[in-house]
Design a protein around this ligand. Structure first.
Ligand code: EAX
Length: 335
């Protein structure tokens, strides 16, 4: 009899514990959850982030039969930079974010490994790493910062631009004042290469370039194009110095209110849209560059990449110490 009571007590305990599932307060009543969620990024509504976001919103609306509506806030409407937006996610004032990994490392240090220059060979390498166990573990780590990483979308390979000189080598760029993201890895890499980098929130970059407070910046083609940076920059050097992923993140506060079935729907849809979003980003790059050349931008294609790699190399000792050489090698050796 005593044994039976003990088993019953244990059973009740297990059922209650499973119901509370790992701190998540999921309602698990798929039909009843209704929400209007805010999705934001620093980028304009035509940038591939927001084109992807619109597709995500449409699919979620359709698949939830209208229970979940997602409103888009493009162009920094909910924060002047990505750090501010991530803080908004933690506080629950923003529900969903898509943006670079730039400031993410300040919240979840392991993510910074992806910002190491010349880590990725090409897009195929990128996809293998980000969609495989390495990328998925980095997304999981975000949860410790109350951020739920669902997938990697794409910002793109970053390139150096400026208003002063046609840059091919680090020598050409010596002393250039450039804006960098609020990211220690980027800051160290550019200092090591002999430039003069200043961390700045995205929303301040265009005016700073216009007022010539800084000479240049670095970003992928799509960002430069969507924000009409050819108006304030003359030279676009295809340095391709670092690949910039775009984690698609949900606030843990929002997440914990969602039933498991909707969480699954979000995960699946975010992964699905990642493929679409990366493709439209990649497919449009060459045409965007051409169009901007037509507007007077000088695109420097014969950049001395080996020289850039060599100039940033001394920073690798520090990166190896910080992230572990084995972890960096695991990414570089992924085939
Ligand atoms: O995510 O701040 C940056 O330079 C980012 O690359 C941009 O906001 C797109």
């Amino acid at each position: 009899m005593k044994k039976l009571v003990a088993i019953l007590v244990l059973l009740v305990f297990v059922i209650v514990a499973a119901g509370c599932g790992g701190g998540s307060k999921s309602a698990d009543k798929g039909g009843e959850y209704k929400a209007t969620l805010k999705l934001t990024s620093t980028q304009t509504k035509d940038h591939p982030y927001m084109v992807g976001a619109q597709k995500f919103a449409d699919l979620i609306k359709e698949r939830s039969k209208g229970r979940i509506q997602i409103t888009l806030y493009p162009d920094g409407q909910l924060g002047k930079g990505e750090r501010e937006m991530l803080e908004g996610l933690q506080q629950g004032t923003i529900d969903i974010y898509v943006g670079s990994t730039g400031p993410v490392g300040n919240f979840s240090p392991s993510m910074n490994i992806l910002d190491i220059p010349f880590l990725f060979r090409d897009f195929a390498h990128v996809d293998k790493v980000l969609d495989g166990p390495i990328g998925q573990n980095l997304l999981k780590d975000l949860e410790k910062a109350n951020l739920i990483g669902l997938a990697f979308w794409e910002n793109g390979f970053r390139h150096l631009t400026n208003s002063k000189v046609a840059v091919k080598t680090p020598e050409d760029a010596k002393g250039l004042k450039i804006r960098v993201m609020e990211n220690k890895v980027h800051l160290l890499a550019w200092k090591t290469a002999g430039l003069n980098p200043t961390p700045m929130a995205w929303g301040e970059v265009y005016p700073a370039l216009q007022q010539k407070v800084i000479d240049g910046q670095e970003n992928p083609v799509a960002v430069f194009y969507a924000s009409k940076f050819w108006e304030v920059q003359k030279y676009f050097s295809l340095t391709q110095h670092v690949y910039s992923p775009a984690p698609f993140i949900v606030s843990k506060k929002t997440w914990d209110k969602m039933p498991k079935a909707d969480q699954e729907l979000f995960r699946k849809t975010a992964m699905e849209v990642a493929q679409f979003q990366r493709k439209i980003n990649r497919d449009a790059e060459a045409a965007k560059l051409k169009e901007m050349e037509g507007k007077g931008l000088t695109v420097i294609r014969d950049v001395d990449k080996a020289a850039w790699q060599k100039a940033m190399k001394p920073a690798f000792d520090e990166f190896s110490k910080q992230f572990g050489k084995d972890k960096i090698d695991a990414i570089m050796n992924t085939k």
